[in-house]
Design a protein around this ligand. Structure first.
Ligand code: PLP
Length: 351
Protein backbone atom coordinates (compact mmCIF):
# COMPACT_ATOMS: atom_id res chain seq x y z
CA UNK A 1 0.00 0.00 0.00
CA UNK A 2 1.45 3.38 -0.88
CA UNK A 3 1.37 6.33 1.52
CA UNK A 4 -0.77 9.22 0.23
CA UNK A 5 1.21 11.77 2.26
CA UNK A 6 4.22 13.82 1.16
CA UNK A 7 7.43 12.45 2.72
CA UNK A 8 8.98 15.90 3.12
CA UNK A 9 6.31 17.16 5.54
CA UNK A 10 7.65 15.02 8.36
CA UNK A 11 10.95 16.90 8.24
CA UNK A 12 9.39 20.36 8.66
CA UNK A 13 10.22 21.87 12.02
CA UNK A 14 7.10 22.73 14.03
CA UNK A 15 6.37 26.39 14.77
CA UNK A 16 7.00 26.84 18.50
CA UNK A 17 4.56 29.33 20.04
CA UNK A 18 5.61 31.38 23.03
CA UNK A 19 4.56 29.49 26.16
CA UNK A 20 1.40 30.59 27.90
CA UNK A 21 1.07 29.67 31.58
CA UNK A 22 -1.69 31.36 33.60
CA UNK A 23 -0.40 34.20 35.79
CA UNK A 24 3.12 34.00 34.40
CA UNK A 25 4.66 37.09 32.83
CA UNK A 26 4.73 36.45 29.10
CA UNK A 27 7.86 37.83 27.47
CA UNK A 28 7.92 35.11 24.84
CA UNK A 29 5.76 36.23 21.88
CA UNK A 30 6.70 39.85 21.12
CA UNK A 31 3.30 41.19 22.04
CA UNK A 32 2.85 44.74 23.36
CA UNK A 33 1.78 44.62 27.03
CA UNK A 34 -0.93 47.32 27.12
CA UNK A 35 -4.03 45.49 25.87
CA UNK A 36 -6.04 46.32 22.73
CA UNK A 37 -5.94 49.89 21.40
CA UNK A 38 -8.93 52.13 22.25
CA UNK A 39 -11.96 51.39 20.06
CA UNK A 40 -10.85 47.87 19.16
CA UNK A 41 -12.97 45.94 21.67
CA UNK A 42 -16.06 47.94 20.64
CA UNK A 43 -15.35 47.30 16.96
CA UNK A 44 -15.10 43.56 17.59
CA UNK A 45 -18.33 43.61 19.63
CA UNK A 46 -20.10 45.43 16.78
CA UNK A 47 -18.79 42.90 14.29
CA UNK A 48 -20.16 40.12 16.50
CA UNK A 49 -23.71 41.23 15.60
CA UNK A 50 -23.11 40.04 12.05
CA UNK A 51 -21.18 36.84 12.45
CA UNK A 52 -23.85 34.94 10.51
CA UNK A 53 -22.64 36.84 7.40
CA UNK A 54 -19.47 36.26 5.42
CA UNK A 55 -16.90 39.06 5.67
CA UNK A 56 -16.02 41.37 2.78
CA UNK A 57 -13.99 39.08 0.48
CA UNK A 58 -12.02 41.96 -1.01
CA UNK A 59 -11.29 43.64 2.36
CA UNK A 60 -12.08 46.82 0.44
CA UNK A 61 -12.40 49.32 3.28
CA UNK A 62 -9.27 48.26 5.16
CA UNK A 63 -7.19 48.03 1.99
CA UNK A 64 -8.52 51.45 0.98
CA UNK A 65 -7.46 53.07 4.25
CA UNK A 66 -4.04 51.40 4.07
CA UNK A 67 -3.65 52.53 0.47
CA UNK A 68 -4.46 56.10 1.41
CA UNK A 69 -2.05 56.10 4.33
CA UNK A 70 0.75 54.52 2.32
CA UNK A 71 0.09 56.60 -0.78
CA UNK A 72 -0.23 53.50 -2.98
CA UNK A 73 -3.05 52.06 -5.10
CA UNK A 74 -5.13 49.48 -3.23
CA UNK A 75 -4.46 46.89 -5.97
CA UNK A 76 -0.89 46.70 -4.62
CA UNK A 77 -2.04 45.68 -1.12
CA UNK A 78 -2.96 42.10 -0.18
CA UNK A 79 -4.31 41.20 3.26
CA UNK A 80 -4.09 37.81 4.91
CA UNK A 81 -4.54 35.83 8.11
CA UNK A 82 -1.48 37.41 9.68
CA UNK A 83 1.59 38.14 7.64
CA UNK A 84 2.74 34.60 8.42
CA UNK A 85 0.02 33.35 6.07
CA UNK A 86 0.97 35.86 3.38
CA UNK A 87 4.62 34.81 3.56
CA UNK A 88 3.44 31.27 2.86
CA UNK A 89 1.25 32.45 -0.02
CA UNK A 90 4.11 34.42 -1.56
CA UNK A 91 6.29 31.32 -1.43
CA UNK A 92 3.53 29.31 -3.12
CA UNK A 93 3.23 32.00 -5.78
CA UNK A 94 6.93 31.74 -6.76
CA UNK A 95 7.45 28.00 -6.24
CA UNK A 96 8.21 26.86 -9.76
CA UNK A 97 9.87 23.41 -9.74
CA UNK A 98 13.48 23.55 -8.53
CA UNK A 99 13.19 27.08 -7.13
CA UNK A 100 15.09 28.43 -4.16
CA UNK A 101 14.54 31.12 -1.55
CA UNK A 102 17.47 32.78 0.22
CA UNK A 103 17.17 34.01 3.79
CA UNK A 104 19.39 34.57 6.79
CA UNK A 105 19.67 32.15 9.67
CA UNK A 106 18.88 32.46 12.43
CA UNK A 107 15.76 34.34 11.44
CA UNK A 108 11.99 33.95 11.65
CA UNK A 109 11.07 30.32 12.22
CA UNK A 110 8.11 30.55 9.83
CA UNK A 111 10.39 30.90 6.77
CA UNK A 112 11.68 27.31 6.57
CA UNK A 113 8.18 26.00 7.26
CA UNK A 114 6.58 28.15 4.55
CA UNK A 115 9.33 27.35 2.04
CA UNK A 116 9.10 23.60 2.51
CA UNK A 117 5.30 23.54 2.42
CA UNK A 118 5.42 25.53 -0.82
CA UNK A 119 8.01 23.15 -2.30
CA UNK A 120 10.84 25.69 -2.35
CA UNK A 121 14.42 24.87 -1.40
CA UNK A 122 15.69 26.99 1.52
CA UNK A 123 19.15 28.52 1.20
CA UNK A 124 20.01 29.68 4.72
CA UNK A 125 22.88 32.14 5.10
CA UNK A 126 24.41 32.35 8.61
CA UNK A 127 24.20 35.70 10.37
CA UNK A 128 27.36 37.70 11.10
CA UNK A 129 29.00 37.21 14.53
CA UNK A 130 27.06 40.26 15.76
CA UNK A 131 23.77 38.58 14.80
CA UNK A 132 22.99 40.71 11.73
CA UNK A 133 22.10 39.62 8.21
CA UNK A 134 25.31 38.93 6.28
CA UNK A 135 24.22 40.88 3.22
CA UNK A 136 27.28 40.07 1.07
CA UNK A 137 26.96 36.35 1.76
CA UNK A 138 23.21 36.50 1.08
CA UNK A 139 23.82 38.22 -2.25
CA UNK A 140 26.47 35.63 -3.11
CA UNK A 141 23.89 32.90 -2.41
CA UNK A 142 21.49 34.23 -5.06
CA UNK A 143 21.67 31.97 -8.12
CA UNK A 144 19.74 31.15 -11.27
CA UNK A 145 17.08 29.23 -9.31
CA UNK A 146 16.54 31.96 -6.70
CA UNK A 147 13.04 33.44 -6.84
CA UNK A 148 13.18 35.51 -3.68
CA UNK A 149 15.59 36.79 -1.04
CA UNK A 150 13.95 37.43 2.33
CA UNK A 151 15.23 40.19 4.57
CA UNK A 152 13.80 40.23 8.08
CA UNK A 153 14.22 43.76 9.39
CA UNK A 154 14.31 44.01 12.37
CA UNK A 155 15.38 40.38 12.46
CA UNK A 156 13.34 38.06 14.63
CA UNK A 157 14.78 36.74 16.94
CA UNK A 158 18.13 38.59 17.04
CA UNK A 159 16.94 42.23 16.82
CA UNK A 160 19.11 44.24 14.39
CA UNK A 161 17.53 45.98 11.39
CA UNK A 162 19.18 46.39 7.98
CA UNK A 163 20.39 49.81 6.90
CA UNK A 164 19.49 51.79 3.79
CA UNK A 165 23.04 51.20 2.50
CA UNK A 166 22.60 47.46 2.86
CA UNK A 167 19.18 47.42 1.19
CA UNK A 168 20.37 49.70 -1.59
CA UNK A 169 23.10 47.15 -2.26
CA UNK A 170 20.57 44.33 -2.35
CA UNK A 171 18.43 46.13 -4.93
CA UNK A 172 21.49 47.07 -6.97
CA UNK A 173 22.81 43.52 -6.96
CA UNK A 174 19.92 41.10 -7.44
CA UNK A 175 18.35 40.71 -10.87
CA UNK A 176 14.86 42.16 -11.23
CA UNK A 177 13.35 38.71 -11.59
CA UNK A 178 14.32 37.94 -7.99
CA UNK A 179 11.85 39.33 -5.46
CA UNK A 180 13.36 41.27 -2.57
CA UNK A 181 11.03 40.40 0.29
CA UNK A 182 11.34 42.67 3.32
CA UNK A 183 9.54 41.48 6.42
CA UNK A 184 8.84 44.57 8.53
CA UNK A 185 6.71 43.03 11.27
CA UNK A 186 8.46 45.29 13.80
CA UNK A 187 8.84 48.43 11.66
CA UNK A 188 6.99 50.65 14.16
CA UNK A 189 9.67 50.02 16.81
CA UNK A 190 12.64 51.09 14.64
CA UNK A 191 14.37 54.19 16.01
CA UNK A 192 17.72 54.08 14.16
CA UNK A 193 17.48 56.62 11.30
CA UNK A 194 19.94 54.52 9.26
CA UNK A 195 17.25 51.81 8.94
CA UNK A 196 14.70 52.82 6.30
CA UNK A 197 10.96 52.33 5.99
CA UNK A 198 11.02 49.87 3.09
CA UNK A 199 7.64 50.93 1.73
CA UNK A 200 8.68 54.57 1.62
CA UNK A 201 12.07 53.90 0.12
CA UNK A 202 11.55 50.92 -2.19
CA UNK A 203 7.85 50.66 -3.09
CA UNK A 204 8.60 51.89 -6.62
CA UNK A 205 11.08 49.04 -7.22
CA UNK A 206 9.38 46.38 -9.35
CA UNK A 207 10.83 43.50 -7.32
CA UNK A 208 10.15 44.92 -3.83
CA UNK A 209 7.71 43.05 -1.60
CA UNK A 210 7.08 44.33 1.94
CA UNK A 211 5.20 42.57 4.74
CA UNK A 212 3.58 44.36 7.67
CA UNK A 213 1.35 43.10 10.46
CA UNK A 214 -1.27 44.26 12.94
CA UNK A 215 -0.04 41.66 15.44
CA UNK A 216 2.78 43.56 17.12
CA UNK A 217 2.67 47.36 17.58
CA UNK A 218 -1.04 47.44 16.66
CA UNK A 219 -1.95 44.88 19.30
CA UNK A 220 -4.13 42.52 17.24
CA UNK A 221 -2.12 39.28 17.42
CA UNK A 222 -5.19 37.27 18.42
CA UNK A 223 -7.26 38.42 15.44
CA UNK A 224 -4.71 37.50 12.74
CA UNK A 225 -4.38 40.26 10.17
CA UNK A 226 -1.36 41.26 8.15
CA UNK A 227 -0.71 42.77 4.74
CA UNK A 228 1.73 42.83 1.89
CA UNK A 229 2.72 45.54 -0.56
CA UNK A 230 4.01 44.54 -4.01
CA UNK A 231 3.69 45.53 -7.64
CA UNK A 232 0.20 44.82 -9.02
CA UNK A 233 0.91 41.51 -10.80
CA UNK A 234 2.81 40.09 -7.82
CA UNK A 235 0.00 41.22 -5.50
CA UNK A 236 -2.51 39.61 -7.84
CA UNK A 237 -0.60 36.30 -7.92
CA UNK A 238 -0.33 36.18 -4.13
CA UNK A 239 -4.01 37.07 -3.70
CA UNK A 240 -4.88 34.01 -5.83
CA UNK A 241 -3.16 31.84 -3.20
CA UNK A 242 -5.04 33.41 -0.28
CA UNK A 243 -7.83 31.24 1.09
CA UNK A 244 -11.15 33.03 0.43
CA UNK A 245 -12.42 35.14 3.37
CA UNK A 246 -9.02 34.79 5.10
CA UNK A 247 -9.43 38.02 7.08
CA UNK A 248 -12.59 37.66 9.13
CA UNK A 249 -15.08 40.47 9.71
CA UNK A 250 -14.05 41.18 13.31
CA UNK A 251 -10.42 41.39 12.27
CA UNK A 252 -11.25 43.82 9.45
CA UNK A 253 -13.24 46.11 11.81
CA UNK A 254 -10.58 45.85 14.52
CA UNK A 255 -7.77 46.77 12.13
CA UNK A 256 -9.70 49.86 11.00
CA UNK A 257 -10.31 50.86 14.63
CA UNK A 258 -6.64 50.31 15.48
CA UNK A 259 -5.55 52.54 12.58
CA UNK A 260 -7.82 55.27 13.99
CA UNK A 261 -5.89 54.97 17.25
CA UNK A 262 -2.50 55.45 15.62
CA UNK A 263 -1.55 58.26 18.03
CA UNK A 264 -2.02 55.95 20.99
CA UNK A 265 -0.15 53.20 19.16
CA UNK A 266 2.82 55.53 18.73
CA UNK A 267 2.65 56.58 22.39
CA UNK A 268 2.80 52.91 23.45
CA UNK A 269 5.62 52.16 21.04
CA UNK A 270 7.60 55.05 22.55
CA UNK A 271 7.15 53.50 26.00
CA UNK A 272 8.40 50.18 24.64
CA UNK A 273 11.44 51.65 22.89
CA UNK A 274 12.43 53.65 25.96
CA UNK A 275 12.13 50.51 28.11
CA UNK A 276 14.10 48.66 25.43
CA UNK A 277 16.99 51.08 25.77
CA UNK A 278 17.03 50.82 29.55
CA UNK A 279 16.63 47.02 29.64
CA UNK A 280 19.22 46.27 26.96
CA UNK A 281 21.79 48.57 28.60
CA UNK A 282 21.28 46.78 31.91
CA UNK A 283 21.34 43.34 30.25
CA UNK A 284 24.66 44.18 28.57
CA UNK A 285 26.23 44.65 32.00
CA UNK A 286 25.52 40.96 32.53
CA UNK A 287 25.83 39.54 29.01
CA UNK A 288 28.15 41.92 27.12
CA UNK A 289 27.39 40.75 23.59
CA UNK A 290 23.64 41.47 23.47
CA UNK A 291 23.24 42.75 19.89
CA UNK A 292 21.57 46.00 18.87
CA UNK A 293 17.81 45.70 18.64
CA UNK A 294 15.32 47.79 16.71
CA UNK A 295 12.34 45.63 17.71
CA UNK A 296 10.29 45.08 20.87
CA UNK A 297 12.53 42.21 21.96
CA UNK A 298 16.21 41.54 22.43
CA UNK A 299 18.53 38.58 22.03
CA UNK A 300 20.61 36.95 24.73
CA UNK A 301 23.31 34.93 22.96
CA UNK A 302 23.63 32.32 25.68
CA UNK A 303 24.61 29.43 23.38
CA UNK A 304 24.43 26.08 25.15
CA UNK A 305 22.84 27.69 28.22
CA UNK A 306 19.78 29.03 26.36
CA UNK A 307 17.32 26.34 27.41
CA UNK A 308 18.65 26.37 30.95
CA UNK A 309 18.06 30.13 31.21
CA UNK A 310 14.48 29.75 29.96
CA UNK A 311 13.84 27.09 32.62
CA UNK A 312 15.42 29.35 35.26
CA UNK A 313 13.05 32.15 34.18
CA UNK A 314 10.06 29.86 34.22
CA UNK A 315 10.79 28.95 37.84
CA UNK A 316 10.31 32.66 38.49
CA UNK A 317 7.09 32.75 36.43
CA UNK A 318 8.79 34.57 33.56
CA UNK A 319 8.27 33.14 30.09
CA UNK A 320 10.93 33.77 27.46
CA UNK A 321 11.64 32.08 24.13
CA UNK A 322 14.75 29.86 23.98
CA UNK A 323 16.38 28.63 20.78
CA UNK A 324 18.31 25.56 21.88
CA UNK A 325 22.09 25.87 21.63
CA UNK A 326 21.83 29.42 20.34
CA UNK A 327 20.14 32.10 22.43
CA UNK A 328 17.04 33.41 24.12
CA UNK A 329 14.62 36.01 22.78
CA UNK A 330 13.09 38.27 25.40
CA UNK A 331 10.13 40.56 24.69
CA UNK A 332 10.13 44.02 26.24
CA UNK A 333 7.30 44.16 28.78
CA UNK A 334 6.15 46.57 31.47
CA UNK A 335 8.95 48.20 33.53
CA UNK A 336 8.43 45.89 36.50
CA UNK A 337 8.42 42.85 34.21
CA UNK A 338 11.68 43.93 32.63
CA UNK A 339 13.14 44.45 36.11
CA UNK A 340 12.10 40.91 37.07
CA UNK A 341 13.77 39.61 33.92
CA UNK A 342 16.98 41.52 34.67
CA UNK A 343 16.98 40.15 38.19
CA UNK A 344 16.57 36.63 36.85
CA UNK A 345 19.44 37.22 34.43
CA UNK A 346 21.65 38.56 37.20
CA UNK A 347 20.99 35.51 39.37
CA UNK A 348 21.69 33.26 36.36
CA UNK A 349 25.04 34.74 35.31
CA UNK A 350 26.29 35.16 38.88
CA UNK A 351 25.39 31.57 39.71
C1 PLP B 1 5.32 38.21 14.34
C2 PLP B 1 5.98 38.18 13.01
C3 PLP B 1 5.25 38.22 11.83
C4 PLP B 1 3.78 38.38 11.77
O1 PLP B 1 3.03 37.51 12.31
P1 PLP B 1 1.45 37.52 12.06
O2 PLP B 1 0.92 37.53 13.44
O3 PLP B 1 1.20 36.31 11.29
O4 PLP B 1 1.09 38.75 11.29
C5 PLP B 1 5.91 38.23 10.62
N1 PLP B 1 7.23 38.22 10.56
C6 PLP B 1 7.98 38.21 11.66
C7 PLP B 1 9.44 38.24 11.53
C8 PLP B 1 7.38 38.17 12.92
O5 PLP B 1 8.14 38.13 14.01
Amino acid sequence: MSDPLREDLASIPRYVPGKAIPDAVKLSSNEVPYGPLPGVVEAVADAAENVHRYPDLGVVELRGVLAQRLGLPAERIVTGTGSVALIGHLMQAVAKPGSEVVYSWRSFEAYPIAATVAGLKSVQVPNTPDHRHDIDAMLAAVGPDTRAIVICSPNNPTGPAVTADELDRVFASVPEDVLVVIDEAYREFVTDPACPDAIERYADRPNAVVFRTFSKAWGLAGLRVGYMVARPDVADAVSRCVIPFAVNAAAQRAALAALEADGEMRRRVALVTSERKRTVMAARELVPDVPDTQANFFWLPLGERAVEFAAHCQERSLLVRPFAGDGVRVTIGLPEENDALLEALRAFVED
